[in-house]
Design a protein around this ligand. Structure first.
Ligand SMILES: *[C@@H]1O[C@H](CO)[C@@H](O)[C@H](O)[C@H]1NC(C)=O
Ligand SMILES: *[C@@H]1O[C@H](CO)[C@@H](O)[C@H](O)[C@H]1NC(C)=O
Ligand SMILES: *[C@@H]1O[C@H](CO)[C@@H](O)[C@H](O)[C@H]1NC(C)=O
Ligand SMILES: *[C@@H]1O[C@H](CO)[C@@H](O)[C@H](O)[C@H]1NC(C)=O
Ligand SMILES: *[C@@H]1O[C@H](CO)[C@@H](O)[C@H](O)[C@H]1NC(C)=O
Length: 243
């Protein structure tokens, strides 16, 4: 299904109109991640979250460096200090969660770091883990599994919107150490492949680019497989996708 971009903008605008404002009622039961983009949504408009009294209350923390949709005269809440995180609801900063605790989709930053975080942390900017921790299938884990040992994997199908089309991009994440990936069928950590080696998915390649010809190619210019990039592009198109 292809929606023209104008329609996306239009439906996004209209969904904002219906969002509940501060002190208005909301339902915590309708809070969810939007299908396809996994962006958090609630009945409340940008500046509020739906509290346990089912009333839109001022947000107490922010996730984005540059939050969007706040009144000019509003005080934008702070981000959370080191050792804590701002949950998807953006109600208040919470202490980092111990390994094994429930966490929110793609929120590696909610999980406490392993003791050997310096060895495990992904500093490449590819987002394989945050300080050595990963949130997989809503559980905090450490990205510490070594070659040949059993690993956990989470495959999330994102809807990616480009100017004139949309497609599904499956982002596969796991708890293998850097340089390894979790093999889909055997569910053990395998060595990542060099340029020219045969592959079935991007995650198998050091370059994160498995070409249509079935071999690892040079890194792609468009990082369409990096989750954070998906967020940025879809910030605009999310609401349209659900219309
Ligand atoms: C609710 O209303 C009170 C009184 O008008 C106001 O001070 C407060 O900021 C409002 N709360 C929210 C969440 O908008
Ligand atoms: C929910 O938000 C409203 C509006 O700010 C506030 O009056 C109420 O006390 C809040 N409920 C809780 C449980 O904090
Ligand atoms: C802040 O701005 C909004 C809309 O721009 C307005 O509705 C609201 O009354 C203003 N609040 C204060 C405290 O000036
Ligand atoms: C990584 O975790 C360690 C240990 O908990 C902590 O001291 C350090 O500040 C963390 N680094 C970042 C960038 O969060
Ligand atoms: C690896 O991480 C898991 C949590 O995901 C932890 O229970 C386990 O003790 C860690 N193993 C090593 C060798 O650090």
């Amino acid at each position: 299904m292809l929606l023209p971009l104008t329609l996306l903008f239009f439906s996004w605008g209209s969904s904002q109109v219906h969002a509940a404002q501060g002190n208005e009622s909301c339902s915590t039961s309708t809070q969810r991640l939007q299908l396809g983009t996994y962006q958090f949504t609630s009945d409340c408009d940008t500046m509020w979250w739906c509290n346990s009294s089912n009333i839109c209350d001022w947000k107490g923390c922010r996730r984005d460096e540059f939050p969007f949709g706040y009144w000019e005269n509003a005080t934008i809440p702070e981000g959370c200090p080191r050792g804590s995180f701002c949950p998807d609801e953006e109600d208040s900063c919470q202490p980092l969660l111990a390994v094994g605790s429930p966490c929110q989709l793609n929120r590696d930053d909610e999980c406490e770091a392993p003791p050997d975080f310096q060895d495990l942390a992904d500093n490449t900017g590819l987002g394989r883990n945050v300080n050595g921790s990963v949130c997989l299938n809503n559980v905090c884990m450490w990205a510490n599994v070594t070659l040949g040992l059993p690993c956990a994997v989470e495959n999330v199908p994102y809807t990616v919107y480009t100017q004139d089309t949309e497609f599904i991009d499956i982002v596969s994440r796991d708890n293998c150490r850097l340089g390894l990936y979790c093999d889909a069928s055997q569910k053990v950590c395998m060595q990542m492949k060099e340029l020219g080696e045969s592959c079935q998915a991007d995650k198998e390649c050091q370059s994160f680019n498995c070409l249509a010809t079935g071999v690892c190619g040079k890194p792609a210019d468009t990082p369409s497989h990096v989750a954070f990039w998906v967020y940025i592009i879809c910030g605009i198109a999310i609401f349209g996708g659900s219309a």
